[in-house]
Design a protein around this ligand. Structure first.
Ligand code: GLV
Length: 368
């Protein structure tokens, strides 16, 4: 009887698959780029695999865990977010699931920062002008101007890993920062940034004194030139501080008409119909989105309205899509490496087999 460790991956994660094979694992990879049907995942799990590698697009719930009863030992997700995995179901079936936090923090934050710059400086519109041969003159303000990022006020909504990385990047741009987080205020981090700001000012690196502080949500929206969203998706049934449609008609109206919204967190945090209206009716100056209520973005999305195309930048859930971040086999550098290591930790009983000690396991509470 062959007792090789068997793994099914719903997508290719590059050389990290070879790394598992070199350890003697039998790994089957779903060969197509799009998500496999859920029925196929259930069939594979039901066939007795030990480990399942998943992405954000795979719904993992009681049906999947039931199919793997007695055989499935771990679900290893290649993403930091895990809203596709039903945590309560995983806990009920006592299946640990892992994620790839940390290694995509800087890549995601830098992309959010670049989105902010591209939006405010109208890079897309300006490039189209050039490509479409509409660049007929140099003029002080025609055909349009953008807005500077340097020296402006950035509201960071959600100060977890990625929110803090966004703040770090804002330091070099002399930005004032308004922080909001419903769950935890990292005052030590804020003090450190303030010290850096003061040093930069006292040594002549920044002209104006800038500040950073935690404020209530409404104050953050009201006071910001840029609002960057970095919260997890939490629904009302799962959390006392839900983030579903945190940005809606009411809250979008709290932003300044000159302000920009950047979302690299989760699509459903923003009510897209309300946002499209806010852009059409100029409640805000623009938005740049990397995530959507439904992905890929449907062809009839109100965000595709040509009337708002000049102020609505749309990206394909791309913030962590950088070579090393996605594919390095080093668990300290790449999502693929971290995903493989999370799987290995559980399947090979690292940390003395104590799942609650394994760094990449999310649902430790089920094993304490
Ligand atoms: C991407 O959105 C992720 O959660 O890794």
């Amino acid at each position: 009887m062959d007792n090789k460790i068997r793994v099914f991956a719903t997508c290719d994660i590059g050389e990290a698959i070879d790394l598992l094979r070199k350890r003697g694992y039998e790994v089957e990879v779903y060969p197509r780029p799009e998500a496999p049907p859920k029925s196929l995942i259930i069939d594979k799990v039901g066939s007795g695999i030990d480990g399942l590698i998943t992405t954000l697009r795979d719904p993992i719930d009681a049906e999947v865990f039931e199919a793997g009863k007695g055989t499935l030992k771990v679900v290893a997700q290649i993403a930091v977010g895990f809203d596709n995995i039903n945590r309560a179901d995983a806990n009920r079936y006592k299946i640990p699931f892992t994620h790839t936090a940390d290694v995509l923090t800087e890549a995601t934050a830098e992309f959010a920062f670049f989105m902010m710059g591209a939006l405010a400086r109208k890079m897309w519109t300006a490039e189209h002008l050039t490509r479409d041969n509409q660049w007929g003159y140099w003029h002080p303000y025609l055909p349009f101007l953008g807005d500077e990022v340097t020296g402006k006020t950035l509201a960071v909504i959600g100060t977890g890993r990625i929110g803090l990385a966004m703040i770090k990047k804002s330091v070099g741009f002399d930005m004032n920062v308004l922080c909001y987080d419903p769950a935890y205020e990292n005052q030590a981090f804020v003090r450190t940034i303030q010290e850096v700001n003061e040093l930069r000012h006292s040594r002549g690196l920044s002209k104006e004194k800038v500040s950073i502080r935690y404020v209530p949500f409404e104050e953050a929206l009201d006071g910001a030139d840029f609002v960057s969203v970095h919260v997890p998706l939490l629904r009302a049934e799962d959390s006392a501080t839900p983030t579903y449609h945190l940005f809606n008609e009411k809250t979008l109206r709290l932003m300044r008409p000159t302000a920009y919204l950047i979302n690299t967190s989760r699509g459903p945090v923003v009510d897209e119909k309300a946002l499209a209206r806010a852009l059409r009716e100029n409640w805000i100056a623009g938005a740049a989105l990397d995530v959507y209520e439904k992905e890929p973005l449907p062809s009839d999305s109100p965000l595709r309205d040509p009337a708002i195309a000049d102020r609505c930048r749309l990206f394909p859930h791309f913030a962590s899509a950088a070579r090393i971040t996605r594919l390095s086999t080093d668990p300290d550098k790449g999502m693929a490496g971290r995903c493989a290591q999370g799987l290995i930790d559980v399947l090979e009983g690292n940390y003395g087999g104590d799942v609650a000690q394994m760094p990449y396991v999310v649902n430790k509470e089920a094993f304490k």
